[in-house]
Design a protein around this ligand. Structure first.
Ligand SMILES: Nc1nc2c(c(=O)[nH]1)N[C@H]1C(S)=C(S)[C@@H](COP(=O)(O)OP(=O)(O)OC[C@H]3O[C@@H](n4cnc5c(=O)[nH]c(N)nc54)[C@H](O)[C@@H]3O)O[C@H]1N2
Ligand SMILES: Nc1nc2c(c(=O)[nH]1)N[C@H]1C(S)=C(S)[C@@H](COP(=O)(O)OP(=O)(O)OC[C@H]3O[C@@H](n4cnc5c(=O)[nH]c(N)nc54)[C@H](O)[C@@H]3O)O[C@H]1N2
Ligand SMILES: [Mo]
Length: 822
């Protein structure tokens, strides 16, 4: 076999649309009726709604939708997301897998050598593998549970397409939970009766009117509200602007409790309370101790609305467990806030209307259940849960939660599951004694320890022996922790199939890669505002699918054709018919309160407005009548202690909130003698996770020497002889990466940041290989938060940094695979 190699897409002019599209498509679009001035089309996205100028079949300009008063800067990355050298151009198969199929040398996985094949060949291979797995093994050997931040649009939501397509063939192992709120969504139903993280919160106008003290706890809404799960409206930013005015005039005191000065803190110009990372529970216990000993707590609220305060109080007083009194002095020694300041903080919280607003990063760490539970206990002691502008919330930084919402119905989506009464081709439900659902962040453990058993949320999970994975609409080689451990686990997989539009690290570690088109290359509809439900948006196809990419709907229709289920898959409807049906069902559901025009008119105008929403107070009904409007906990009351959790007998999540030491913690905690810096891998300001990292020109606005920035304090940089803009090696016992140093006063000594979603680009496929671009998950720890939630603990991670002095390797993350011709 004569193998000649060349760098895929080498020499391609970045950002030059014509160069990327190639002659074939240009000829095709030349025939279309497009005027020289081009035409503006309506589109939607996680980044908001916008209008795109199309000239000659190419998106040449993007401007925000008129209704969006606070568009995100990330709109500037949209064109680069469509046109970039990392787009997958055609179906591809890993070289050794093509030769040896499921008996391939899996240690080569990740070496990025791929062969181009046709769509027919690719879908035949995909089908043959599904067939082989179901017949040779069974449904337990197939994992198709991983889904993620698919692009927006109710119909084309790609995880649904993948799962319905595969469901029609056979059963598979699925997942429970997510990486966002894995710990929060499991603990909070025991405590406040619902997940809290995905529930509507008290409306901003009521907060602005009533709140005296607002605590942004591990929370950076100004950064994180730029994107939404559905098309984002950015209405929260209007309220944040009002909040800024109230801070300036002294009407509301806002304090950020955070190890770094966040974008929100900068914007609001509000107070900041520095706290050592991962020590919030100690701080909260010190506050609770002060409230109790100074009799500032609300006895009446505790007596009427809560259960289990006494065991928690005894723990505070040092009468149980570790027998240590949780005085402010005790807390200070852990969290770094001095005892006097803790007392003052507690008094402030109790002095008037106080709203606590928690973000999610503190539950994305070991024992992440505890700060949420402790926060609820603190809020209960303050007695303001259910009052306008008081109490606690866990989601005001997400998808415009807190913007008054309408009660309009959102359109449904393409069905993920089989239609009622239908069965798959291989209707085998025998999971060989293993669980058919695993906690999402434990799938690498599952690959490494088939047959292993873990505790999870009061039950037991037995890991299935997975041989094949299918990924669509997610990028596990960014989102999961500890890539070197992942490499080990992937070696046992026989087959990995990925459907994506960008050649990210997940494609690189796959065997078969299928090119989907982006959302801008297909038609769809979406709700405008996930929780606000402000309106309904037409997402017009802007350009034809680039290269040989196809919509997920088309891909899975053709896959299903191979096992005779394509008509069942599509229900005999094409894209247009599906959109009309979803729209008409929505129109029917809204007919009394939110009249909508006929589909054709909607499609032409591009938008239906449902108008302003109504104010709402979270838990007000419960406060009004706790018997009638009981919360969803086992007792119906807020549970400061939980008998149920206690009955599980877990050592890492007991019957009430507690301080627990972490496996790694900075500022004198475990592991800090060897690797003294805490690495926080919070959500990126200029990306949605890994999406848009491939947008070359936009990436260039923040990259340092072409690498992902690492933010570091002046003191820590100086101690290591690092100057701003230097290339640095960041490492621990789990891995190493190159990044570009950004020295910033916003970071205290002992704290560094690399945003998650940076594209992984190892120098080679070996375990421990240097990552050339700077994905923090090269370094993070892959452990469950506890036996309760088994959620990811990405923010429990220590590292060391040194100036990089070796021969600098090129960034290997972008531009696609090495194309091998056979
Ligand atoms: N721009 C942008 N916005 C996004 C996303 C994105 O990718 N980009 N992703 C969306 C998604 S999927 C999610 S899940 C949410 C994520 O929402 P979150 O998880 O809340 O967001 P993060 O940005 O990770 O962290 C928020 C803040 O927590 C602080 N923090 C971290 N650890 C600690 C700690 O131990 N103690 C204290 N007190 N503070 C701590 C960080 O310094 C940071 O300021 O964001 C959503 N919004
Ligand atoms: N260290 C660390 N790790 C983290 C986090 C952290 O805070 N720190 N946060 C975690 C959180 S909260 C989350 S939500 C996850 C996010 O993890 P993911 O959801 O996996 O992240 P994305 O980068 O959004 O990946 C979406 C992928 O889907 C592809 N895609 C988008 N639309 C389509 C489509 O229509 N069709 C197909 N076929 N593909 C499509 C995109 O190209 C992209 O590769 O990351 C988690 N990982
Ligand atoms: Mo998330």
């Amino acid at each position: 076999m004569a193998i000649s190699r060349r760098r895929f897409l080498q020499g391609m002019a970045a950002g030059s649309a014509a160069a990327l599209i190639g002659p074939g498509l240009l000829i095709r679009t030349a025939g279309a009726a497009v005027t020289a001035e081009g035409s503006w089309k309506m589109a939607g996205s996680h980044w908001g709604a916008f209008k795109a100028l199309i000239k000659g079949g190419v998106v040449t300009e993007v401007k925000p939708f008129e209704l969006d008063q606070h568009p995100t800067d990330m709109l500037n990355g949209i064109r680069g997301l469509i046109y970039n050298p990392s787009r997958i151009r055609y179906p591809m198969v890993r070289l050794d897998w093509l030769k040896n199929r499921h008996k391939s040398d899996t240690s080569q996985r990740g070496d990025n050598r791929f062969v181009r094949i046709t769509w027919d060949e690719a879908l035949d291979l995909f089908y043959e593998e599904l067939e082989r797995i179901q017949t040779q093994y069974g449904p337990w050997a197939l994992y198709a549970g991983a889904t993620g931040w698919r692009q927006t649009g109710q119909f084309h939501s790609c995880g649904s397409h993948m799962q319905r397509g595969i469901n029609l063939h056979g059963n598979f192992v699925n997942k429970v939970g997510d990486y966002s709120t894995g710990a929060g969504q499991v603990i909070m139903p025991y405590v406040l009766g619902s997940t809290e993280v995905y529930d509507q919160g008290t409306s901003w106008p009521l907060i602005l009117e009533n709140t005296k003290t607002l605590i942004l706890w591990a929370n950076d809404p100004f950064k994180n509200l730029q994107v939404g799960w559905n098309c984002e409206t950015h209405q929260s930013y209007g309220y944040l602007a009002q909040l800024k005015e109230k801070v300036a005039s002294g009407n509301i005191r806002v304090i950020c409790v955070d190890p770094v000065r966040s974008k929100t803190q900068q914007y609001l110009n509000c107070e900041h309370r520095y706290i050592h990372p991962q020590t919030d529970v100690a701080f909260i216990l010190g506050l609770a101790h002060t409230l109790y000993t100074e009799k500032l707590h609300d006895e009446q609220f505790l007596g009427t609305y809560t259960l289990g305060f006494e065991p928690f109080r005894d723990y505070l007083l040092g009468k149980t467990e570790d027998m240590v009194e949780k005085t402010p002095e005790w807390a200070a020694s852990i969290c770094g806030i001095e005892a006097g300041a803790i007392r003052d903080f507690a008094r402030l919280l109790a002095s008037g209307r106080t709203q606590l607003m928690f973000g999610w990063a503190i539950q994305r760490q070991q024992h992440g259940e505890q700060p949420y539970w402790a926060g609820a206990a603190l809020a209960a002691m303050l007695g303001q849960i259910g009052l306008p502008g008081g109490g606690i919330s866990y989601a005001h930084h997400y998808s415009s939660i807190g913007v008054p919402g309408t009660s309009a119905s959102a359109p449904g989506g393409f069905p993920r599951n089989l239609d009622p009464g239908k069965t798959p081709v291989h209707d085998n439900n025998d999971f060989n004694g293993a669980s058919r659902i695993i906690p999402v962040a434990r799938w690498i453990d599952c690959l490494l320890e088939p047959g292993g058993k873990i505790q999870y949320n009061g039950g037991e999970v037995t890991y299935p022996d997975i041989k094949m994975c299918v990924f669509s609409g997610c990028n596990p080689w960014h989102h999961h922790q500890d890539h070197n451990r992942m490499k080990q686990a992937f070696r046992k997989l026989e087959t990995v199939v990925t459907i994506d539009y960008s050649w990210n690290a997940t494609c690189r570690f796959s065997d078969l890669v299928l090119p989907a088109c982006t959302q801008f290359e297909r038609n769809d509809i979406d709700i405008y505002g996930s929780y606000v439900k402000r309106g309904l948006l037409a997402m017009h196809k802007l350009v034809d699918p680039l290269f040989h990419s196809r919509s997920d709907f088309d891909i899975f229709t053709d896959l299903c054709r191979r096992y005779g289920r394509h008509e069942e898959y599509t229900q005999g409807k094409d894209e247009r018919q599906w959109l009309e049906q979803l729209y008409n069902e929505c129109r029917e559901a809204n007919k009394d309160n939110y009249p909508m025009p006929e589909f054709d008119e909607f499609w032409k105008t591009g938008y239906v407005d449902f108008g302003e929403g109504k104010n709402w107070v979270r838990h007000a009904d419960f406060r009004e009548d706790p018997e009638v409007n009981a919360v969803g906990t086992p007792s119906g009351f807020i549970e400061i202690s939980s008998r149920k959790i206690g009955s599980y007998g877990y050592d890492d999540c007991k019957s009430h909130p507690m301080w627990m030491e972490k496996a790694e913690r900075s500022h004198g905690g475990p592991g800090s003698d060897k690797h003294p810096l805490w690495l926080q891998s919070v959500h990126p300001d200029q990306r949605l996770h890994s999406q848009m990292c491939e947008s070359d020109e936009y990436r260039a606005t923040y990259a340092v020497q072409g690498r992902e920035p690492i933010y570091i304090s002046p003191a820590d940089a100086a101690a290591r002889g690092i100057a701003d803009g230097d290339l640095v090696r960041v490492f621990n016992d789990r891995g190493q990466l190159l990044a570009g140093a950004r020295i910033s006063e916003l970071y205290p000594s002992g704290v560094v940041r690399i945003h998650e979603g940076a594209w992984y680009g190892p120098v080679d496929a070996s375990i421990g290989a240097l990552d050339t671009y700077g994905d923090p998950n090269t370094l993070t720890m892959d452990v469950g938060t506890s036996k309760l939630a088994q959620a990811p603990s990405a923010n429990t991670c220590l590292v060391e940094i040194e100036k990089f002095t070796g021969v600098v390797p090129a960034v290997s993350s972008f531009g696609g695979p090495e194309l091998v011709e056979i």
